[in-house]
Design a protein around this ligand. Structure first.
Ligand code: DOR
Ligand code: ZN
Length: 346
């Protein structure tokens, strides 16, 4: 196959940031995707409908003339999120999920949930009104090995949570392990979905240490062993409607990554579809890309599928070494390397 034309995809997990940073990264996503679920981990976090309304306006204002893009907003769950805020969010029509960050699990998660018990009433209302819970699924216990934190989260938090709220729709975000893929597949409720990033399909944890420490391959949840990568490829390319595209593209300035204590996040917004195409192509499953990228997400979120199309061409091109980002740069994943697929200009 030399070209592939698919329904325009959406990104079901994205970090757009705010202010000046937003203006640099938004056009990359808008060129690739029609819509994106926008993460709320700003400083301060997007905890209320009022804050989400203002953030949405800033995103739309930052969109270059002539580009079309629909931000799908989320709220940041805290120990104190009021049940009424969920009703307001549902009524807004533009808030499509509430994000659970276990406090301390990742970038700007300090205001996250310390104990799910504090959120019981709020979760009840989410279940009632049909507001999906989007989960960063890692325990924060420092006694648990970093590579085991997703599996521990499933056993300690996710299984009990879903037993308590069987009708709550849950997206297990950016899954990274065979354990998570198996857990999602074992579920028969139709209430559970999972996003998978391009970097977790393409790389295992060796990429972080290839000849020296490689900060641009460091994200959370961290890349895992090859057996886990293979399980994710199998899940993503299987045609199973519970798995869908979410880049988790997370821009950090070069200096914030290349430092003694570098931030977590891989930047893939510029070339996400090309990376996914490469992963599906390597698995011999390009025919499954469209459903994963363009159908399963809107179906889960109960939104219409897009009607426009995009075309990817088998064509090598060199990704820039750096991308402009405010008064500095971002180093994209695969910087300076050759990609095998190219999204046609549009
Ligand atoms: O790698 C990550 N970066 N994982 C997250 O969960 C957050 C994100 C960010 O905001 O930079
Ligand atoms: Zn994320």
């Amino acid at each position: 196959m030399q070209t592939i034309t698919i329904t325009r995809p959406d990104d079901w997990h994205l970090h757009l940031r705010d202010g000046a940073a937003l203006t640099f990264v938004l056009p990359h996503t808008a060129r690739q995707f029609a819509r994106a679920i926008v993460m709320p981990n700003l400083k301060p976090p997007v905890t209320t409908v009022e804050l989400a309304t203002a953030y949405r306006q800033r995103i739309l204002a930052a969109l270059p003339n002539g580009m079309k893009f629909q931000p799908l907003m989320t709220l940041y769950l805290t120990d104190n999120t009021a049940p009424d805020e969920i009703r307001k969010a549902k009524d807004s029509g533009f808030i499509h999920g509430v994000k659970l960050y276990p406090a301390g699990a990742t970038t700007n998660s300090d205001a996250g949930v310390t104990n799910l018990k504090h959120c019981w009433k709020t979760l009840e209302v989410m279940q009632q009104v049909g507001m999906p819970l989007l989960i960063h699924g890692e325990v924060t216990d420092s006694a648990i090995d970093l590579f085991d934190r997703e599996k521990a989260f499933i056993d300690q938090q996710l299984i009990p949570l879903r037993a308590a709220f069987p009708e709550l729709r849950v997206v297990f975000e950016h899954i990274t392990t065979k354990d998570a893929a198996d857990y999602v597949r074992s579920d028969t409720s139709k209430k559970l979905g999972a996003t998978i990033t391009a970097h977790h399909l393409l790389y295992n944890r060796n990429a972080i240490f290839l000849g020296g420490v490689r900060p641009h391959y460091y994200c959370l949840p961290v890349l895992k062993r090859e057996k886990h990568r293979l399980a994710l490829v199998e899940a993503a390319t299987s045609g199973d409607a519970r798995f869908f595209l979410g880049t988790d593209s997370a821009p950090h300035a070069k200096g914030a990554k290349e430092t003694a204590c570098g931030c977590a996040g891989c930047y893939t917004a510029l070339h996400a579809l090309e990376l996914y195409a490469e992963a599906f192509d390597a698995a011999g499953k390009l025919d499954k890309l469209e459903a994963f990228a363009s159908f399963h997400g809107p179906d889960f979120y109960r939104l219409p599928r897009n009607t426009e199309h995009v075309t990817l061409k088998r064509e090598t091109w060199k990704l820039p070494d750096e991308l402009p980002f405010m008064d500095t740069t971002i180093i994209p994943l695969r910087a300076g390397e050759v990609l095998q697929w190219k999204l046609r200009g549009n």
